[in-house]
Design a protein around this ligand. Structure first.
Ligand code: HEM
Length: 143
């Protein structure tokens, strides 16, 4: 074999080794939520509940709800480990000036849980997913 062929072979092997060192991404929460279609059903169910929730509907009264739906699906998909890229505003930017409280946050999570129950998502999956959202509370509420 010529020298250049050896070089190509060595290079290819080093690329392969690099891939092997990359741990596979854990997308089990994404799978258990029903992939992108399941997540869309969950987000829509959550937003329908929010619209009837006297505690928090005021925040959503004047928003572009289709955009919020689409960005939430992307965000939840990415947070669940799915193959999505979030293209919306930063959480701090999106919730600026709303002065959201812990109670507002809890109210939204309640609506999310009710929606996941409606979609028959197992409680263990619900808890694993909420554990991904909980650390983001500080970016959303007024400290
Ligand atoms: C971890 C918790 C939360 C996450 C991950 C989240 C995520 C998002 C995302 C991705 C958007 C869209 C941003 C964009 O349009 O680029 C958004 C918008 C919005 N969120 Fe949240 N959110 C959270 C908590 C809350 C809470 C607790 C409330 C109120 C009770 C809320 C109210 C809103 C409203 C009203 C908008 C629309 C803003 C606008 O278009 O002007 N969010 N949120």
């Amino acid at each position: 074999m010529g020298r250049s062929l050896w070089l190509i072979l060595a290079f290819s092997l080093s690329l392969l080794a690099g891939c092997a060192q990359q741990p596979p991404k854990d997308d089990s929460i994404y799978q258990d939520l029903g992939q992108r279609a399941g997540i869309q059903r969950i987000v829509e169910g959550m937003l329908l509940r929010v619209a009837k929730d006297d505690r928090i509907y005021k925040y959503f009264a004047k928003v572009d709800i289709v955009r919020v739906r689409d960005k939430l699906v992307e965000k939840f998909c990415a947070d669940a480990g799915g193959p999505c890229t979030y293209t919306g505003d930063s959480l701090a930017e999106a919730h600026k000036g709303m002065h959201l409280s812990r109670s507002d946050f809890n109210a939204l999570v309640e609506n999310l849980i009710d929606s996941m129950n409606e979609q028959h998502i197992p409680v263990t999956t619900q808890n694993r997913f909420i554990a991904r959202l909980a650390p983001q509370r500080g970016e959303v509420i007024e400290k």
